[in-house]
Write a protein of this length. Sequence first.
Length: 371
Amino acid sequence: MTTHTTKRLFVFEGGIHFYSSLPTAITPAELYDAKSKPELLKILQDCNIYLIAIRKRISVDPNYLKRVGKNLCGNFIVQRTSSLEKVPFKWEIPQEFNDALELDITIPQSGTYIRIDTEKQSSLISSNTIISTSEFKFPVEERDLDVLYIGQGIGQKKNRSAIHRLLNHSTLQRILAETHAYYPDAEILLLLYRFEHARTYLSTGGDLNVEPESSAEDERAHMDRMTNIQLSRREIVSLVEAGLIRHFQPTFNKQIKKSDFGAKKKISVIEKLLKKDITGLIVEICTANIHARLKSNSAPPINLEDYFDQDSLNGSLLKNELEHRIWQEKLYEMAHTQIAQFPLTTSDVRDTFMHGMLWNGSDERMKFMRS
């Protein structure tokens, strides 16, 4: 017979879930250009979370580019184990350029961007942007981004974003220097997130073999606190940063990445959340719009085959083409999403659904969310 050492205080517990609109991805060169582009700074002014990531460089072949109607057809140069290989792509020229009377398109020998000149303007389109918005076929693993550093940019008194923080960032300078010296075939990308969305999950949970200790009156007061939680923007940004650092454990982050959020001694932002009667932290991050997955040694990309059989992945039982397309888009989004989730207590102090659901008579917990 199993002996249960868990302790449930309440029937229901709460976990807060933060998620963001899709990121803006820029190169370090574009970061410094942003200083002189007020329109770009305005677009990014609400981005308070940033990730610095690395991958093998993917460039645009400077020796081949063909315009076909409203599209550009060219090749990406992909670095594989023993050689450089060309992967064809088709990129739809943005409408603002298609309407131009004169259009001159060139690629420098570096292949890091496409230059488009019209009678009115000159624009540099980074290879990363081309990857994000073109059609091509090569393995997703070659587009994966390793997370090196996660940080925040938010002002004490005046408006401040991740851009302002990165413009004066010693760790970014160190990463760029080391990449140039030791990994010359790699590229650095900066991902900027808003994390403007949040919701609170309320669930019975944890070990259902154990009766909760709270009275009906305590339960009502507890429920009222959970459903009326208020967090400042600074608290939200700090919680998101902490959750992502703990999840990815990036090489260049020194704090938090080994923290136990459930331990008795907690970092202050987690302690403050627990005092609001929230016992779980969930941070969801997606990169579907840039055709690349995030990963690290502690957080590999998810494998959809761990969650679905082949018939489900193929959409074999779906009725029509529209349903099939919607399902494939959903699978694509799932494959490009990571979910960090943490209980903020230990199960012997306060067991919750964030520790996993343990049904009556069972000895195996079920995770609240896939990760």
